[in-house]
Design a protein around this ligand. Structure first.
Ligand SMILES: Nc1ncnc2c1ncn2[C@@H]1O[C@H](COP(=O)(O)OP(=O)(O)OP(=O)(O)O)[C@@H](O)[C@H]1O
Ligand SMILES: [Mg+2]
Length: 407
């Protein structure tokens, strides 16, 4: 007997019951369907809209669909950057495959958009860093991806850099921890996939001159090794070298990682510092910003905002001639700097970028204006100038629609 129709959906989202579940996804003509740019995929993937919120639907056999549902939920639970699994539909009429529903990642740029039109300076560096960081973060939590590629990741702007998110977990395995061999194998797959994809992009739209596919592929391995070594290498300290432990922790903070606990083991040569991958927590700046201001941003955006906050504090303390508590300064910075800047952006321009990214760009713009004027330009003037001259020239990126001429 065929299994009966079942829809599991997380609360806080629509129930999706109005969709034509007993037809193959490819044939749907629902008015909710929206065509977005997406990566290459074996399965049918389409997007639907409910009250301005978009969801991705992927049709695939029940077993892998369940696996992916579980994995995405678990990775999200570990605080990793993955798309949010929202629903799972099984037991559809006429033996149709299952459908996995994920929330569309707003302001995400599929990699084809990165190369055609998104105008990202130094794309090679940012792409490499984003992917390598994503892989390292997944590996710290014991996740073997098994199919890391440009198509299986999504990219978001992050204060001039990029942040990568995992979108396809179908081939993944969650272990307690990964061996060196497993990590190396995952990198090998990533490298192979990405070289192939870059060659395709080159043939389709051309690559920036500094982005050679083979060389970039090899660079992934090198950068990953450097980052992993920074995060996990063991070091020996003498008893009078405690400051080196602090230096190491400071360096990890700068890289955006928090360390919850350290293990120091006495050896004949001194103390051995060892870090357990599970206590190395990404999001150092992000967590600090959230704690201080209640604002959620991506890592580099948060770093940028914290720098601005520090600058604000310094100026405030100078005029008031006394030290002020960090929490008080943070609340004032939010009220007097961040909120006014962001709310100076007219509503119709919001499609272009999320708030934290707009703020970052206004700071960049202020720097540029100050350089030109050879004196400090205030944030008010910078935001007015930015809204007038820069923002209108940007393509909307909240949702990247497919060119009707494609496919
Ligand atoms: N939640 C989402 N938000 C934004 N884009 C998405 C989302 N889910 C899927 N996509 C887009 O759809 C594309 C295909 O999705 P996915 O990689 O999961 O399909 P697949 O058929 O399993 O791929 P593969 O061939 O690698 O197995 C992605 O590259 C991405 O561009
Ligand atoms: Mg895929």
């Amino acid at each position: 007997m065929p299994a009966s129709f079942q829809l599991v959906a997380r609360t806080g989202h629509p129930d999706f019951l109005d969709l034509p579940w007993d037809e193959p996804l490819e044939e749907w003509t629902s008015t909710r369907i929206v065509s977005l740019i997406r990566g290459i995929s074996r399965h049918v993937v389409r997007f639907v809209e409910y009250d301005g919120v978009l969801y991705a639907l992927k049709e695939l056999p029940e077993r892998p669909a369940r696996r992916e549902w579980t994995l995405l939920r678990r990775l999200e639970g570990h605080g990793l950057p993955v798309v949010e699994a929202v629903g799972l539909v099984t037991g559809r009429a006429a033996d149709l495959d299952a459908i996995l529903i994920t929330r569309h990642l707003e302001y995400s740029l599929p990699y084809r958009t990165l190369f055609a039109g998104a105008a990202i300076p130094d794309l090679r560096t940012h792409l490499l860093n984003a992917l390598v960081e994503l892989l390292a973060r997944l590996h710290l939590r014991g996740f073997f991806w098994g199919d890391c590629s440009l198509s299986n990741a999504l990219f978001r702007r992050d204060a001039g850099a990029l942040a990568a998110y995992l979108v396809d977990a179908e081939t993944g395995e969650l272990h307690g921890a990964l061996s060196k061999g497993q990590r190396a194998y995952d990198l090998e797959i990533a490298q192979m996939n990405i070289v192939g994809e870059l060659l395709d992009v080159d043939a389709e739209v051309g690559l920036p001159p500094d982005l050679d596919p083979d060389e970039t592929g090899a660079e992934i391995g090198r950068r990953y090794a450097t980052l992993w070594d920074e995060l996990m290498r063991e070091e020996i300290f003498r008893a009078d070298e405690r400051y080196r432990v602090d230096e190491r922790l400071e360096r990890l903070n700068q890289l955006g990682f928090d360390v919850e606990e350290i293990q120091l083991e006495a050896t004949p040569g001194g103390y051995r510092l060892r870090l357990d991958p599970h206590v190395v927590e990404p999001g150092h700046h992000r967590h600090r910003l959230l704690r201080l201001t209640g604002l959620d941003a991506q890592e580099n955006q948060a770093r940028r905002m914290l720098n601005d906050l520090a600058r604000f504090r310094e100026a405030l303390e100078r005029t008031q001639k006394r030290a002020l508590p960090e929490s008080v300064v943070a609340a004032r910075w939010r009220d007097e700097v961040f909120e006014p800047t962001v709310s100076a952006v007219p509503e119709e321009l919001w499609a272009a970028l999320p708030a934290a990214e707009v703020f970052h760009q206004v700071l960049e713009h202020r720097w540029f204006l100050s350089e030109q004027a050879a004196k400090d330009v205030g944030i008010d003037e910078a935001v007015r100038s930015y809204v007038r001259s820069e923002l209108p020239t940007r393509r909307p990126e909240r949702i990247v629609l497919e060119d009707p001429g494609e496919n």
